[in-house]
Design a protein around this ligand. Structure first.
Ligand SMILES: *[C@@H]1O[C@H](CO)[C@@H](O)[C@H](O)[C@H]1NC(C)=O
Ligand SMILES: *[C@@H]1O[C@H](CO)[C@@H](O)[C@H](O)[C@H]1NC(C)=O
Ligand SMILES: *[C@@H]1O[C@H](CO)[C@@H](O)[C@H](O)[C@H]1NC(C)=O
Ligand SMILES: *[C@@H]1O[C@H](CO)[C@@H](O)[C@H](O)[C@H]1NC(C)=O
Ligand SMILES: *[C@@H]1O[C@H](CO)[C@@H](O)[C@H](O)[C@H]1NC(C)=O
Ligand SMILES: *[C@@H]1O[C@H](CO)[C@@H](O)[C@H](O)[C@H]1NC(C)=O
Ligand SMILES: *[C@@H]1O[C@H](CO)[C@@H](O)[C@H](O)[C@H]1NC(C)=O
Ligand SMILES: *[C@@H]1O[C@H](CO)[C@@H](O)[C@H](O)[C@H]1NC(C)=O
Ligand SMILES: *[C@@H]1O[C@H](CO)[C@@H](O)[C@H](O)[C@H]1NC(C)=O
Ligand SMILES: *[C@@H]1O[C@H](CO)[C@@H](O)[C@H](O)[C@H]1NC(C)=O
Length: 883
């Protein structure tokens, strides 16, 4: 018996060790049931890129994404996460790697499944299957970024072993925008093992205000993320705190609009706290100092946070990341930084105080925050100099002081920041001289942005042979003197992709070698407002150049057309000459804005321009262009600004302009255009500014202008128009500049002229002036003639007869009125005196009669001369006293 027992045990031992051996040598195969279950699951799924092609053969444990228990061979893990991420990398690869379709209930046959990850797929709005609640061994469930939608099944509350639940809703799927919802969080209260919960973007706006109490019942919770859940209220108090293990809390973008709740400060284990965009009111409570383990504190975009930034942040000795940007903090930051100078073991690595209303000088104690890698103080109102203690921030990689009122100097110690990669100091009012020492150890510097006001004096004064330690990718230096020669330190920068050297005092020629070195990679090139001369190297092509601004220099030679990817080409005020290339449409197919005014361009405007569908603005004023305008425009064009004034264009205004429904600004003055205005222009109902003055355009004034309800400026002066001023013109509700001077227009001034609403109330000209400015680039004197003529009527030099209608005195906003050189008669209405805004008046050379009304501001005789029947001051002719 005993022997039997012994041999039985021996047998058992042998059996067990054998079967173990078996496991090691042959791999246990998965059970047939589970293999079938997986095959059925696969049949329900769509798999465009064939990620599941390995799912065949006997041993399902070797299939991709499957893991089995190493002894029992039961499937424990199903990881079908898309290997490509939706937000980075290859979008097409991501899309084709998405699994979709249906999830078959056969999944339930994987009885020992502990891990299920379906994230980053696209189930196109499928509801989360209710039966997931029966996978009761699950400790990990990840359905994030998978386009599930609808009510979250409460059956998930049965997964009592669940530790990780991630339902972060991908609302940016390629197939639509799906969202998950939950009416109540009651189902969560039974998940007593839950450590990580992410319900980001799930709609929880229906849950009652005690939602937090539900979560407070989860004693194991470590990481809680409820970003953008439309949660309504945040309770200010809790009777007791159960989720004391909480380490990460993300309640950002819920717009709670309340005070900071007190219980927050009992979560003394918090390491990361995100409260962005939640509108907490008042200043930041000092209770934050309790949260000693905090590493990340993000209170950005709270808008209601105000007051001075308190000093106790330095007590948060573990804090690494602090973002208080986009709030209403004001006052100085002395107290804030002084805290850090007494707390020498602070760990702060990233500090963002941008977009507040902070003022004052930057304190010396800035240098005490010695682990800082990222410092952003932009968009405040700091002034003064950068303290030299900045040189102690030896870890600093990114420094942003842009958009402040810094009116002092930049210290040499900046040159000690050997890890600095990105320095942005634009939009300040810097002063002083930058020397070699300022850049001494900046070997990692890649991006430099430094601009000052044109009135300030900031210069880079380094020796001619200085060889800088950096290779820049971005350089932006505006109003900062580096000329007159192209400095050598710049010519050795051959990694540049973005160059902006506006107004830096260079009067050299372009160094050809440098230009050819950067030609491949540069995308943005601004050299405007220098005195750079000579021709551009033509043999080069700049395949990636998008924006090229050479305006206001002394460049000459032919029109530069060597960039096939150019969208914005600015050449105005140079001496480029010769024709615009006939094939510009093929050379620059992506062109959107072409500015080339004030050059010596000649020849005709090529009709291949019509091949450039994205063209927005063509500004060619003051050249010597001739011939007819191309007449090949069509509906798909988006052209909205044309300025080809002061050239020698001939022929008619193209009728195909009528297809440009986006056309807003059309300036063709001072050419030799003739014929009538094409009636098709009535379709350009978005026209705001039209200047056809100084041509030979004839015919009667078109009635259809009344359709152009946005018209702000109408200039038809110095042409051959004839006939009457039609009443239709009085319907131009928005017209502020109205010029029909120097034509052959006859008949009376219509009495309805008092209906020109914009000249009655004077409102709303800025937007339209702005549009003209965009097309003419503002600096041109032509633009100032617009600005100076807002609220004017010029009917001079015609054959108008009759009296000045009384209704004219409705035009209370009228500033300039010129009726000279007509055949107007009758008395000058005394009521003109009531036009308070009127500053210039000309009634000379008409047939007015009687005594001149007394209007003190119009006491210059030239206003009235050439009217033989007028008398009284300021004319020398005395009126006969009535008897
Ligand atoms: C089997 O899995 C357990 C736990 O998952 C592990 O500790 C053990 O080393 C594994 N055994 C083998 C032979 O891989
Ligand atoms: C699951 O698969 C079985 C077998 O292919 C099929 O009959 C059933 O309709 C599927 N269920 C769902 C919900 O697709
Ligand atoms: C869930 O999956 C997403 C995307 O694959 C991942 O970023 C996230 O960290 C996962 N969640 C958890 C809790 O592991
Ligand atoms: C949870 O499981 C129990 C028992 O298995 C079941 O009766 C109940 O319906 C389940 N609850 C949900 C919400 O599915
Ligand atoms: C905290 O947990 C205890 C025990 O788990 C429970 O009785 C109590 O209701 C919980 N408190 C809150 C506020 O949820
Ligand atoms: C928070 O902590 C304070 C003392 O540190 C204690 O008096 C208070 O009761 C705690 N609040 C909760 C809700 O636990
Ligand atoms: C911060 O620490 C200092 C020095 O340890 C202490 O005097 C001060 O009260 C603390 N501030 C807060 C708000 O806890
Ligand atoms: C800088 O600006 C501040 C605040 O406007 C002003 O008080 C100070 O005098 C200015 N300093 C210099 C050098 O212009
Ligand atoms: C235009 O730029 C794109 C990327 O912005 C680039 O892929 C393309 O090659 C460029 N075109 C040419 C003609 O070089
Ligand atoms: C027209 O252009 C010529 C040179 O092209 C220039 O001299 C003249 O001033 C311009 N006229 C106006 C009104 O801008």
């Amino acid at each position: 018996m005993a022997a039997n027992l012994v041999s039985y045990f021996l047998f058992l031992l042998l059996f067990i060790s054998n079967s173990r051996l078996l496991v090691r040598s042959t791999h246990i195969r998965c059970t047939a049931t589970e293999r079938r279950a997986l095959t059925v699951l696969r049949q329900g799924l769509t798999d465009p890129s064939g990620r599941l092609t390995s799912w065949f053969g006997e041993d399902c444990c070797t299939w991709k994404g499957i893991e089995c228990h190493n002894r029992t061979g039961r499937v424990t893990k199903l990881d079908l996460r898309n290997p490509y991420h939706i937000f980075n990398g290859d979008r097409t690869a991501y899309k084709s790697s998405c699994l979709g379709g249906k999830i078959n209930q056969s999944l339930l046959q994987l009885e020992y499944l502990t891990y299920l990850d379906l994230s980053l797929n696209d189930f196109e709005g499928l509801e989360i299957p209710r039966f997931f609640g029966e996978l009761n061994h699950l400790f990990y469930l990840n359905l994030s970024f998978a386009s599930f939608s609808g009510e979250i099944p409460t059956s998930l509350g049965n997964l009592s072993k669940l530790e990780y639940l991630d339902l972060y809703a991908d609302s940016f799927s390629s197939t639509g925008s799906w969202e998950l919802r939950s009416q109540s969080l009651e189902w969560l209260t039974t998940l007593s093992s839950l450590k990580h919960l992410n319900l980001g973007f799930a709609k929880l706006n229906g849950v009652a205000e005690h939602w937090l109490h539900m979560l407070n019942m989860l004693p194991a919770l470590v990481d809680l993320r409820l970003h953008w859940c439309e949660l309504q209220g945040l309770p200010l108090t809790l009777p007791s705190i159960n989720f004391t293990s909480l380490s990460v809390l993300d309640l950002s973008e819920n717009s709670f609009n309340s005070l900071f709740p007190k219980w927050l400060f009992n979560l003394t284990g918090l390491t990361e706290l995100y409260l962005t965009w939640d509108f907490f009111t008042g200043s930041i409570p000092a209770d934050f100092a309790n949260l000693k383990t905090l590493r990340v504190l993000d209170l950005s975009d709270n808008l209601n946070l105000e007051g001075q930034i308190p000093g106790f942040f330095a007590n948060l000795s573990k804090l690494e990341f602090l973002d208080l940007s986009a709030n209403n903090f004001h006052g100085d930051i002395y107290e804030f930084f002084n805290g850090f100078s007494s707390s020498t073991n602070n760990k702060l690595e990233s500090l963002d105080l941008s977009s507040n209303s902070l003022i004052g000088e930057l304190p010396d104690s800035l240098g005490s925050v010695k682990h800082l890698q990222h410092l952003d103080l932009s968009s405040n109102s700091f002034w003064g100099s950068i303290p030299s203690s900045i040189g102690r921030l030896s870890q600093l990689r990114k420094l942003d002081l842009s958009y402040n009122m810094m009116n002092g100097t930049i210290p040499e110690s900046l040159g000690q920041l050997s890890r600095l990669v990105d320095m942005n100091l634009v939009a300040n009012s810097w002063n002083g001289m930058l020397k070699e020492a300022h850049f001494m150890n900046l070997g990692k510097l890649e991006h430099v942005r430094l601009t000052t006001e044109p009135t300030r004096s900031l210069a880079i004064g380094v020796s001619d042979r200085w060889s800088p330690p950096f290779k820049l990718k971005t350089i932006q230096l505006e109003n900062c003197m580096i000329g007159p020669l192209f400095p050598l330190w710049l010519q050795v920068q051959n990694q540049l992709t973005s160059v902006n050297l506006r107004n830096v005092g260079i009067s050299d020629t372009i160094p050809g070698e440098w230009f050819s070195q950067v030609s491949d990679q540069v995308t943005y090139l601004v050299l405007s407002q220098n005195r750079i001369r000579g021709e551009l190297p033509h043999q080069l092509s700049y395949p990636n150049l998008n924006v090229i601004d050479l305006s206001y220099n002394n460049f000459d030679g032919p029109f530069p057309s060597w960039s096939t990817n150019a969208t914005d080409v600015l050449l105005q005020e140079n001496s480029f000459s010769g024709p615009i290339p006939e094939n510009i449409g093929a050379l620059m197919p992506r062109l959107q804005k072409l500015y080339a005014s004030r050059n010596h361009l000649s020849g005709r405007i090529p009709s291949s321009m019509c091949d450039i569908e994205g063209l927005n603005i063509v500004s060619l004023r003051n050249n010597m262009l001739s011939g007819q305008l191309p007449n090949c425009w069509h509906r798909s064009h988006v052209l909205w600004g044309i300025d080809i004034s002061n050239n020698s264009l001939t022929g008619n205004i193209p009728s195909s302009f009528g297809f440009l429904s986006s056309l807003s600004v059309l300036l063709l003055s001072n050419n030799n255009l003739d014929g009538e205005i094409p009636p098709s222009l009535r379709n350009c109902s978005g026209l705001t500014s039209v200047d056809l003055g100084g041509n030979k355009i004839s015919g009667t004034l078109p009635l259809w202008v009344q359709n152009l309800s946005s018209l702000f400026m109408l200039r038809l002066g110095s042409n051959l128009f004839s006939g009457n001023i039609p009443d239709a013109f009085c319907r131009l509700q928005n017209v502020h500049i109205f010029d029909l001077s120097g034509n052959k227009i006859s008949g009376p001034i219509p009495t309805c002229i008092g209906n020109l609403a914009a000249l009655v109330n004077g409102k709303g000209s800025e937007v339209f002036e702005g549009l003209i400015k965009v097309v003419t680039r503002g600096r041109d004197p032509e633009y100032s003639s617009v600005e100076a003529n807002v609220n004017s009527i010029d009917l001079s030099g015609n054959q108008l007869s009759g009296e000045i209608p009384d209704e004219m005195t409705n035009l209370l906003a009228l500033r300039i009125l010129n009726l000279s050189h007509n055949h107007l008669s009758g008395a000058i209405p005394t009521s003109l005196a009531s036009l308070a805004a009127l500053i210039r008046l000309n009634l000379s050379y008409n047939n007015f009669s009687g005594s001149i009304p007394f209007i003190p501001k119009f006491n210059d005789s030239s206003i009235y001369e050439g009217n033989p029947l007028l008398c009284g001051t300021p004319l020398p002719t005395k009126c006969q006293l009535p008897i």
